[in-house]
Design a protein around this ligand. Structure first.
Ligand code: NIG
Ligand code: FE
Length: 405
């Protein structure tokens, strides 16, 4: 990771989106020792307040560094052939039940070494960074043996050392039933609970535990066993839930104090209420909705009514969302789910950070970690409105400029 820069840095006259909203006036922003040290209205700024600071830039739109709170960035191979099958009308579930889908990526990922997985994943990570990401979550879930899941998590941790970015890791051992456990799903869940979770916790390789609660994944009862094991090892909880049907996975996750329930197209009002009560973030994944050509919309209006924070993430993965462009996700969240551009940007900053249990990130406030993006646009809403690579002018990670154009 880049160390925080010693010379204080100053931005003048920026249009600022603070993670929740756009500030009404242009701002001056001071960064020192890796943190935001000062924020002033430009017309009230007195340079003596930042003496010794170097001017980093003037003008542009500043946002928090983007937070991609749900990715499956580490995998080998691709699923382009499946994409073609789906276009011909074969469903995602049918492909999965025939041994393709997630299991196809499992075969390729098991066969790959750590170095091969790094080489395959780095270009995807670099694409996210070039579009403003400073924090991301990476899940395992294409290994499905103790050794291969730990291998994926080690690769995820190493990616965070190779680039100036924060990587949070999530063990998704319960992503699919591996073929060697066919007909023995409960035994596989025991492997996840009794071996995978303890090993990942012991080696410090996982920050959270996720499950795929679905007909083609795991039942609520099986997910509950996994949550109990995660809690026993002090790991945070997340869920892939209500993506293809409503099994009550989100409410179950909320009962266990989950950080987030993700996808949630089929979430009902009871589930929304349970999430509101538990403070569980709703993670919207419009890339998967788009690629699978889904029509069931997540209950956006209910989430608003109940005050459930909505995050937006890429779900970058080889099957349902082979897309490494977070600003496109902001666009899709608006066009497909009717979020406002403000909601979409909050979803990729402040609320994305909450979905990772990191409420200090994704905000621009005095004292907050200085993960920032400066964009060549006139107003924040343009990030969701236009789909265009190359708008990032500067990327600040941990107080240091790690990219400048
Ligand atoms: O978030 N829903 C399950 N998991 C992933 C898809 C993984 C895959 O198809 O490889 C998702 O959509
Ligand atoms: Fe996912």
């Amino acid at each position: 990771m880049a160390s925080s820069q010693s010379t204080p840095l100053l931005w003048r006259n920026v249009t600022l989106f603070d993670g929740l909203e756009q500030l009404p006036e242009p701002m001056a922003v001071l960064v020192e020792h890796g943190r935001v040290a000062g924020l002033w209205r430009e017309n009230e700024f007195d340079p003596s307040q930042a003496s010794g600071a170097k001017e980093a830039a003037s003008g542009g739109v500043m946002t928090p560094g983007l937070v991609d709170c749900h990715t499956h960035l580490v995998y080998a191979g691709d699923r382009a052939a499946e994409f073609e099958q789906r276009l011909e009308g074969v469903s995602y579930e049918t492909i999965a039940r025939n041994g393709g889908g997630i299991l196809s990526s499992v075969r390729a990922t098991r066969a790959a070494s750590e170095d091969e997985l790094i080489a395959a994943s780095l270009p995807r990570l670099d694409a996210l960074l070039a579009d403003g990401v400073t924090t991301l979550e990476i899940k395992s879930g294409y290994g499905l043996t103790v050794a291969d899941e730990l291998k994926m998590l080690r690769v995820a941790r190493r990616l965070g050392e190779l680039r100036p970015v924060r990587v949070l890791t999530t063990l998704l051992g319960a992503h699919a039933l591996p073929p060697e456990y066919a007909g023995r799903a409960d035994d596989y869940v025991s492997l996840v609970c009794d071996e995978m979770i303890p090993a990942a916790a012991r080696e410090g390789l996982a920050d959270a535990v996720d499950v795929f609660c679905e007909g083609i994944g795991f039942s609520p009862a099986q997910c509950e066993r996994i949550y109990q094991a995660a809690q026993a090892h002090g790991l945070a909880i997340k869920a892939h839930a209500e993506q293809l049907s409503n099994l009550g996975g989100s409410a179950l996750a909320a009962r266990y104090g989950a950080l987030s329930a993700d996808h949630i197209e089929y979430l009902d009002e009871a589930g929304v209420g349970a999430m509101a009560e538990a403070g569980t973030v709703a993670v919207l994944l419009p890339g998967a909705f788009h690629v699978l050509r889904e029509t069931q919309m997540p209950p956006i209006e209910l989430l608003r009514q109940y005050g459930v924070p909505m995050a937006v993430a890429s779900d970058a993965n080889p099957g349902t969302s082979p897309i490494c462009m977070p600003t496109l996700m902001a666009n899709l969240a608006c066009t497909l789910f009717r979020l406002t551009p403000r909601e979409a940007l909050a979803g990729m900053t402040a609320h994305g950070a909450r979905a990772l249990g990191l409420p200090d990130l994704g905000r621009i406030a005095v004292g907050a970690p200085a993960d920032l993006c400066l964009w060549d646009i006139r107003q924040p809403a343009e990030l969701a409105y236009a789909v265009q690579a190359g708008r990032l002018r500067q990327r600040v990670f941990n107080g240091a400029i790690t990219y400048a154009r």
